[in-house]
Design a protein around this ligand. Structure first.
Ligand SMILES: Nc1ncnc2c1ncn2[C@@H]1O[C@H](COP(=O)(O)OP(=O)(O)OP(=O)(O)O)[C@@H](O)[C@H]1O
Length: 414
């Protein structure tokens, strides 16, 4: 009689990092855990931004183009392209397990679908461990969870998560009024007039004509590599690609001798990684006030009006009771709300939010979007919200979608 062997179903794990993040060291420790290597039948690899940074650094310092295998530089690839290159590279090494640190962050819908399919197929042969912040990122084949305790990682049941209802921002508080207003602002803050951009012989933007007027709220959307960052850097002055083109920022033609500093003074800029730039030793109140001085901390005594304004902003974002806390004591979403208040206290004519919810969990993203909607509705500041994915709950009147084509991305207005 032949005995039939019944294979145990492969276990795949998730780790919830929505509240407490995870360090590079913890990830490395996990990779070296004996039980994991035994269960998977061999060594594994890590897919994370840390690893990508390592390869960027190798390229920068030693000119090694490992992930691109010599076809172009990693630094010129968009974030989506970089992730795809890293995954392909790791899979070539046939790891027995793969630890995926928030793999879908900053990927557009199309790439997320591609990635999910790839992981689904991979789950047949390779043990997967995925760190997640957003519940929608958990794929059906994950059947167990890991939690981190002082003893290291241990297995636990996969909790049934459910969406918490969001408590609305204190709507009784109005958006605080500005201390001073900008003078001589043109009605049209940004104007692209038939602007095309290419890098070498690679067309990226195909004749875009677009205007942002005072107080307008714009959502700039498009898949990875469609040119969103390129457009932003032309507006902020970080790229010279706008020179010689019909591009006007605050009424002045790009490249006509305007100072980048003058432009930057009129633009508030929020990115997901901005919080890392602040060491966090200043109080939350000081952080908000420092937005009036364009400094990181506060180095002069603020006036009582400045303090009052900052307090009004903290009331709006529901953090009045934490005004004396050091910035570093706040959680990630609170930090981002404070940075928005910091950017807004001087009411810049234009506020740019570049993937501001990246890395936040569902509830954190909803809170941030709710604040952004309230600022947009006040129409005091024009807003440019950049994301590759549809942002749940974002209530903006105008959308510019970049649609890639052979001749560069075209603009679709909605
Ligand atoms: N300095 C550069 N040299 C060569 N190519 C570049 C350079 N900067 C950007 N590109 C290319 O231009 C295209 C658009 O890149 P961009 O970063 O603007 O896209 P994106 O929409 O912001 O993408 P993502 O959502 O992934 O961040 C990409 O294909 C990128 O590889």
């Amino acid at each position: 009689m032949r005995l039939q062997t019944i294979e145990k179903p492969q276990k795949h794990f998730v780790i919830d990092v929505s509240e407490k993040g995870i360090t590079k060291k913890q990830l490395e420790d996990l990779k070296n855990e004996d039980w994991l290597i035994n269960r998977a039948g061999g060594e594994g690899l890590i897919f994370s931004n840390h690893v990508l940074e390592y390869y960027l650094d190798e390229e920068y310092r030693h000119g090694k183009t490992i992930l691109t295998a010599g076809s172009g530089l990693l630094k010129t690839k968009s974030s989506g392209e970089r992730k795809k290159l890293l995954l392909d590279y790791l899979l070539e090494k046939s790891p027995k397990f793969l630890i995926l640190d928030n793999p879908f962050d900053s990927l557009d819908q199309e790439k997320v679908t591609w990635f999910k399919k790839k992981l689904e197929a991979l789950s047949q042969t390779t043990l997967l461990i995925q760190l997640f912040r957003r519940r929608e990122d958990i794929l059906p084949f994950y059947n167990s969870a890991l939690v981190y305790t002082y003893k290291g990682f241990s297995e636990s049941k996969l909790k049934k998560h459910y969406l918490e209802m969001i408590d609305a921002f204190n709507t009784k508080h109005q958006i605080p009024t500005p201390i001073a207003r900008y003078e001589n602002l043109p009605e049209t803050l940004v104007a692209f007039n038939d602007v095309s951009v290419s890098f070498g012989n690679k067309p990226v933007i195909d004749s875009i004509s677009w205007e942002i007027k005072q107080g307008e709220a714009w959502h700039l959307k498009g898949p990875n590599g469609s040119g969103k960052t390129t457009i932003l850097s032309m507006i902020t002055g970080d790229s010279t690609k706008g020179y010689g083109k019909e591009l006007y920022i605050f009424g002045r033609k790009k490249g006509s001798g305007e100072s980048v500093w003058e432009i930057k003074k009129k633009i508030g800029y929020i990115t997901a990684t901005l919080t890392e730039r602040f060491d966090g030793m200043h109080s939350v109140l000081e952080m908000v006030i420092s937005g009036l001085y364009d400094s990181v901390g506060l180095y002069q005594r603020p006036t009582s009006l400045e303090v009052t304004k900052a307090e009004e902003w903290l009331e709006l974002i529901g953090l009045s009771d934490k005004k004396e806390y050091t910035f570093r004591r706040l959680n990630e979403v609170q930090k981002r709300l404070v940075l928005i208040a910091r950017a807004m206290i001087k009411h810049p004519p234009l506020l740019i939010l570049d993937e501001p919810t990246s890395g936040l969990d569902t509830r954190g993203a909803q809170l941030l979007v709710q604040l952004v909607n309230r600022i947009a509705a006040a129409r005091e500041t024009a807003m440019l919200y950049v994301s590759h994915r549809e942002e749940d709950g974002l209530n903006f009147k105008h959308t510019l979608e970049l649609e890639p084509s052979q001749t560069g991305s075209r603009a679709l207005f909605k």
